[in-house]
Design a protein around this ligand. Structure first.
Ligand SMILES: Cc1cc2nc3c(=O)[nH]c(=O)nc-3n(C[C@H](O)[C@H](O)[C@H](O)COP(=O)(O)O)c2cc1C
Length: 178
């Protein structure tokens, strides 16, 4: 069941060197293209990356939080078109998480690298940095980069007991669900 997948999911930042089979990447692409989006506009485009040199460059998208990309054999850059939809951020985020969860379902590890609203250095946004490397047109914004590869680390799943059940209410905010 899907809940089992979510129970075991962790963000993976260490990968084995072997490439991800094209069949698996193709399934991830299909899943991404099946994502729901506001008004069915699908205001996103994705770039599949398996070129080592490009991945090395992308690993420098941010000062913190993107370096691990460099040991990932592949990744997918998720872009959204703000001219096509005022909720492109939500739509691009949904694509990003679908890519990640589909990877998980295919026994692959993955991790979201936030690009939107982040800086490459004091002057250049991460969005501009990635855009230049990949020739992304002006109308598209870069939301995220999702790394994909075979996990070379095993992280414990978040235990049921540590879930924050206090966040859930019933019928009224003054009434806890649990
Ligand atoms: C919107 C979003 C942005 C994230 N950005 C980064 C990032 O830039 N770099 C990184 O290493 N992890 C990033 N992560 C992964 C989170 O750090 C991770 O999901 C969180 O610490 C919980 O760990 P878990 O996914 O293993 O349960 C991001 C996750 C989300 C949902």
């Amino acid at each position: 069941v899907f809940l089992n997948l979510l129970q075991n999911r962790r963000s993976i930042r260490k990968y084995k060197a072997n490439r991800v089979e094209k069949e698996k990447i193709d399934k991830i692409i299909e899943a991404a293209l099946r994502s729901p989006s506001s008004r069915g506009i699908n205001p996103w485009q994705i770039i599949v990356i398996d070129d080592k040199k490009l991945i090395e460059k992308l690993s420098k998208s941010k000062k913190y939080g993107s370096a691990f990309l460099n040991n990932s054999p592949s990744c997918i850059v998720v872009c959204g078109d703000r001219q096509k939809s005022d909720v492109w951020i939500e739509d691009a985020s949904i694509v990003s998480i679908i890519i990640s969860l589909t990877a998980e379902s295919l026994d692959l590890g993955s991790c979201w690298v936030q690009i939107r609203n982040r800086m490459h250095d004091d002057n250049i946004t991460s969005d501009d940095y990635v855009r230049k490397i990949l020739n992304i047109p002006e109308n598209l914004c870069v939301e995220s980069i999702i790394s994909i590869g075979y996990a070379d680390e095993k992280l414990p799943s978040h235990s049921f007991d540590k879930l924050d059940f206090n966040k859930v209410f019933k019928n009224n905010f003054s009434n806890r669900y649990f």
